[in-house]
Design a protein around this ligand. Structure first.
Ligand code: SAM
Length: 285
C-alpha cells in the first residue's frame, strides 16, 4: 500500500541481475524489467545483452559512478511524475559496491516507494560455499589500493571474530594475500571464490601462506573475478595458561619487553594477546 503522499509517485525497483550465468534471474525481475517505464543501468551495453537474451525491449538510461549525482536528481523528477524505474548494475545486486546509494537516499527523502528484489550477489554466493562459519560475517568490499592503507585496515581486522568478505581484483590478489599473511596471520583459513557461476568457476580454501603458494604456482588460478573469504579470529578460551605457554613466555621475556613477549607467545599459541597481557602483567606486579 502506498502512503498518502506517495500516491502520485512512481516506484523505484532495485533489480539484481546475474553475476555470470544468465539463467540466474528471477521471473519477477524479468517482469519488472519488461514493465517499468525506464531502466537505470550502470552499463547500457551490458544490460542490453541481458534484455535481448530475454526478448525484453525497454528504455535505458545510464547511471554510473561518474554521473550518479546528476542522474539521481533527474531520476527523482521522473519518479515524482509517476514513472516506475528499475535500477540495475553491471552484475549482481545494485548498490552493493555499485552505483545507486545516492538515488536511494533521495527516494527516502522524497518519500518515494522503493521495492528491492532478492537475487544474485557475488559476496553472499561466495560465502554460502566457503565452508567457513557464516552465522556472523562482515562485508568489507574492496580493500584500499594503497599498500599502507590496506595494511592498516587488515591490521585493524586482525581480531575481528566474524567471517570477513572482500572483493578483490586479479591484479592485486597476490599482494593482498601477502598482506593478510603479514597483518592478520599466516595460518588463517581463507577461501578464494573465483568466476562464480561462470565457465572457470573455482572455490578453494586453505591457510593463508599455503594459499599464496597455490596461487603462485599457476596464473590461471587467479584469473577473472575474485572474492576472498577470511575466517574470523578465534579466541582460545583459557582460564589457566598451560605450562608450555608459560615456559615459552618466560623464555621470551628474558630477552624481550613484556609487550613483545606477549605478542609472540599469543601468535605461537593463537591466544588473545590482550588476555595474555592482562594475565602476565598481574604476574609481574
Ligand atoms: N554488486 C555486485 C554483486 O552483488 O555481486 C558486486 C559489484 S563489485 C563492483 C564487483 C566485484 O564483485 C568483482 O571485482 C569481484 O570481486 C566480485 N564479483 C562479481 N561477480 C563475481 C563472480 N562471478 N565471481 C567472483 N566474484 C565476483
Amino acid at each position: 500500500m502506498k502512503k498518502m503522499n506517495q500516491i502520485n509517485n512512481g516506484i523505484l525497483y532495485i533489480v539484481p541481475t546475474p553475476i555470470g550465468n544468465l539463467l540466474d534471474i528471477t521471473h519477477r525481475a524479468l517482469e519488472i524489467l519488461k514493465n517499468v517505464n525506464l531502466i537505470a543501468a550502470e552499463n547500457i551495453r551490458h544490460t542490453n545483452i541481458l534484455l535481448q537474451n530475454f526478448n525484453i525491449k525497454n528504455n535505458l538510461i545510464l547511471m554510473n559512478k561518474d554521473n550518479e549525482k546528476k542522474q539521481s536528481n533527474n531520476l527523482i523528477e521522473k519518479l515524482k511524475t509517476g514513472k516506475n524505474i528499475a535500477l540495475v548494475s553491471n552484475a549482481g545486486t545494485p548498490v552493493i559496491n555499485d552505483p545507486g546509494h545516492l538515488l536511494i537516499k533521495k527516494c527516502h527523502f522524497f518519500n518515494i516507494n522503493i521495492i528491492p528484489l532478492p537475487g544474485p550477489c557475488s559476496a553472499i554466493t561466495a560465502l554460502s560455499a566457503s565452508g567457513i562459519t557464516n552465522n556472523r560475517f562482515c562485508y568489507e568490499g574492496f580493500l584500499p589500493s594503497k599498500k599502507k592503507k590496506r595494511c592498516d585496515l587488515l591490521l585493524s581486522l586482525k581480531e575481528e571474530t566474524r567471517t570477513m568478505i572482500f572483493y578483490e581484483s586479479k591484479y592485486r590478489i597476490l599482494e593482498t594475500i601477502k598482506d593478510i599473511i603479514e597483518q592478520i596471520d599466516k595460518y588463517r583459513h581463507i577461501v578464494i571464490a573465483r568466476e562464480i557461476t561462470k565457465k572457470w568457476e573455482s572455490i578453494y580454501g586453505t591457510q593463508a601462506n599455503l594459499m599464496l603458494n597455490w596461487l603462485q604456482e599457476d596464473k590461471n588460478r587467479y584469473k577473472g573475478e575474485i572474492i576472498i573469504i577470511v575466517e574470523g579470529f578465534k579466541k582460545t578460551k583459557i582460564d589457566h595458561l598451560s605450562n608450555e605457554i608459560l615456559n615459552t613466555f618466560i623464555l621470551l621475556r628474558q630477552s624481550l619487553s613484556l609487550k613483545k613477549a606477549v605478542l609472540i607467545t599469543s601468535q605461537i599459541y593463537k591466544i588473545s594477546k590482550n588476555y595474555l597481557y592482562q594475565k602476565m602483567i598481574q604476574k609481574e606486579k
